[in-house]
Design a protein. Sequence first.
Length: 291
Amino acid sequence: MHSHHNGLKTAALLGLLTAIILAAGYWLGGSGGLVFAVLLSLAMNAGSYFFSDKLALRAMRAQPVSEAEFPALFAMVRELSSAARQPMPRLYVSPSAQPNAFATGRNPQHAAVAVTVGITRLLSPRELRAVIGHELSHVYNRDILISSVAAALAGIITSLAQLAIFLPLGGGSDDDDSPNPAALLLMLILGPLAATIIQLAISRNREFQADADGATLTGDPLALASALEKIQYGAQRLPLPADNRLTSAAHLMIANPFRGGGMSALFSTHPPMEQRIARLREQAGAIQYAR
């Protein structure tokens, strides 16, 4: 897989974002603001590392299931995990009627794969197996941890922007102990925007990579292309409500769970489905040509 390459590329992006956070903390509150930024960064990264899986599963009301309840699903995951020589993740099922799936967890030893009831009813066994391959690739590429940390750092920048209301810029002075309104407005706008851009770049790239790696793992790119077509149609017909808990977990899902279009498409963590499907069909053609 591509975990090493993804790790180096993402480490550079997250390092830049962390530097922005520390610089913002010092700018907004001097040495005290810098200390606060460091502590907040450590706390939120630790929380995202150890608890991101629980938060995502809770957001989708996903519950652990047994092999007796979903034997075919367990068989697919066991087969693909064995093929990748990786431990089998925990399996969860969400009661949502929307067809979707996601993986979460900090590494292959502490991973979970969740599917909705809707996707188990909509897809054929071949298509569902392809979706499982996609989600397992996210786990093996360490995408889940990367996305969780990026989301946490984005939250830190937003928190620092809000803190600017109470802290004087540059540590303050005797004759001016309030933030500069123009600088504060700039921080409130550009800080979260910078974090969002980096998070979107990570998320979009990882979807293309998971599609390709998942198709390689299953040996069936066309099955994943067919599954994505059905999932997109089903998600548009049954969009999830864009509340805070679901919004924080949306970037983990195989398809955007909310109603797209308009300006919201610019800030989607998922690349256009048409591009993903076209790439998978090209991959299938390359495999056929190689044979």
